[in-house]
Design a protein around this ligand. Structure first.
Ligand SMILES: Cc1ncc(COP(=O)(O)O)c(C=O)c1O
Length: 480
């Protein structure tokens, strides 16, 4: 954002870009939306994108790309091995993040796969601020266990603590003492996705680093959304307001032994990579790249995406470009909060996070309130959100449900993609749903996959409540 003084004495934040290519959207009528969600097994992942009006499923792989990224794709050098574009990418990683050794991979979970293969063994534990779905799956598949040590404010959706992604330092120390030789690494996710897109402070990452040094364990940072974490440090942490995003980023990642990211997010392409300055760690991981990803100089990515990634890395700390969608998220969250609709506070990165357990407090957790609310939101608006609650956890090995700390519906805002009128529409339709929340019932399984069930699972509405919601909508708001 371009930040200037307003004539009224406040501060004005202005988007530092303009839109030159657009995609036409269309709003399907409400009867069609009910039919579409039924066909999708009440799972928003299984909707066709053509049936969606405003797609807030994720920021992954759907951020607006810049003119410079598109131009770089045209001059990328296609080669199976040794492409010039790959060497330019290494320079970009070293220039922006300061890491010498780089392993390209096809997306974020591929990085997690390689890291888990290299660091995790049977009986390992991995303490972290909070898990992400794919991270947990890979650590567990490698025989390890995730131990979460978030600060207590993180689990209180009303708390406006500015860094709810922080690690609880005392609890981390206890875990490191208790498990000593079994700790594979400590992981920090910046920003913490499943905590509602909440950031980690510079002070906290420095304290975690100190503990890692004392206990001689590596610190791994998942920086898939590092652009937003850096923006929040600049906005919220004392001493960083006048520093550049670039300097803040450099300082933050300097605490990591290993850094990885899904490049589908902050740098707005489709890919990922792992980076380190530790040759030993690099050697441990590099053997897995040709087996699982592709040759080392493309790692499963298209070479054109690698060219765009080099540009995206630099743009992710461009003061003009970062923060546009965060301001939109803040705008929506404050409006919903003012209307008494339960949302995660303070406004974070990634998206608007609605507390579905509180929104639908007449439903038990095993009726999947967040899944039901995401489906109801699609029926009432054509907006596609993502369930981030019980469905997003898999059952334990005895088949019992595992209830996460938060039962959220996430409306993700891809970078530089949606406008204020979209935000107003989202607020209006969520408000209507909140007034009619008693009409929303639970979901039950039709087909439940054994792992990462939220992606491909199929459900149905208990008691046919979708029809009742449709009738109320038609009566009050009409066909659209
Ligand atoms: C914090 C975090 N880590 C890892 C991943 C996995 O990345 P990918 O979807 O590219 O596999 C994601 C994806 O959303 C994420 O948010």
């Amino acid at each position: 954002m371009i930040v200037v003084r307003s004539c009224d004495g406040g501060v004005l934040k202005v988007d530092g870009f303009r839109v030159r290519i657009f995609e036409r959207l269309s709003l399907p009528p409400v009867r069609y939306r009910l039919k579409a969600i039924k066909e999708a097994g009440w799972n928003t992942f299984l909707l066709k994108a053509d049936d969606v009006f405003i797609d807030l499923l994720t920021d992954s792989g759907v951020n607006a790309m810049s003119d410079r990224q598109l131009a770089a794709m045209m001059s990328a050098q296609d080669a199976y091995a040794g492409s010039r574009t790959y060497y330019e990418f290494l320079n970009a990683v070293e220039g922006v993040l300061g890491f010498k050794y780089v392993l390209p991979v096809h997306q974020g979970r591929a990085a997690e796969h390689v890291i888990s293969k290299a660091f995790v063994k049977d009986g390992s534990v991995v303490p972290m601020n909070y898990h992400f779905t794919t991270t947990k799956a890979h650590i567990e598949l490698a025989g390890g266990k995730v131990i979460e040590v978030p600060v207590k404010e993180a689990l209180d959706r009303r708390s406006r603590y500015p860094f709810k992604g922080n690690v609880d330092i005392e609890r981390l120390e206890e875990v490191l003492k208790a498990y000593r030789d079994r700790v594979a690494f400590v992981r920090i996710e910046a920003v913490a996705n499943l905590l509602g897109g909440q950031p980690v402070s510079m002070k906290n990452v420095a304290e975690v680093r100190e503990l890692c040094d004392r206990f001689r364990v590596p610190l791994i940072i998942d920086g898939s959304m590092i652009d937003w974490n850096v923006y929040f440090i600049k906005e919220r942490e004392a001493g960083y307001g006048s520093k550049s995003l670039e300097d803040i980023l450099r300082e933050f990642v300097s605490y990591a032994d290993v850094f990885y990211m899904s490049a589908r997010k902050a740098p707005a392409v489709r890919g990922g990579f792992i980076a380190t300055n530790n040759k030993g760690y690099y050697d441990r991981m590099v053997v897995h790249i040709p087996v699982y990803e592709g040759f080392l100089t493309y790692g499963g990515m298209s070479i054109r995406e690698i060219a765009a990634l080099s540009v995206g890395l630099r743009e992710m700390v461009d003061e003009n470009l970062v923060g546009s969608e965060l301001e939109l998220i803040k705008y929506i969250v404050e409006k919903l909060d003012n209307r008494g609709i339960p949302v995660v506070l303070p406004p974070g990165g990634l998206g608007v996070h609605v507390d579905a357990a509180e929104f639908l407090n007449h439903l038990p957790r095993n009726a999947y309130p967040a899944g039901a609310l995401a489906a109801a939101l699609y029926i009432a608006s054509g907006v596609r959100a993502m369930e981030r609650g019980t469905l997003s956890m898999d059952r334990d090995k005895d088949g019992r449900e595992v209830y996460p700390d938060l039962e959220l519906v996430r409306l993700a805002f891809p970078r530089r993609t949606y406008l204020k009128s979209h935000a107003d529409y989202v607020v209006d339709r969520l408000t209507w749903l909140y007034r009619h929340r008693d009409l929303i019932g639970g979901l039950k399984w039709v087909h439940e996959p054994p792992i990462l069930r939220f992606f491909l699972g199929r459900l149905e509405d208990i008691g046919n409540w979708g029809e009742e919601l449709l009738m109320a909508y038609l009566r009050e708001l009409g066909e659209y």
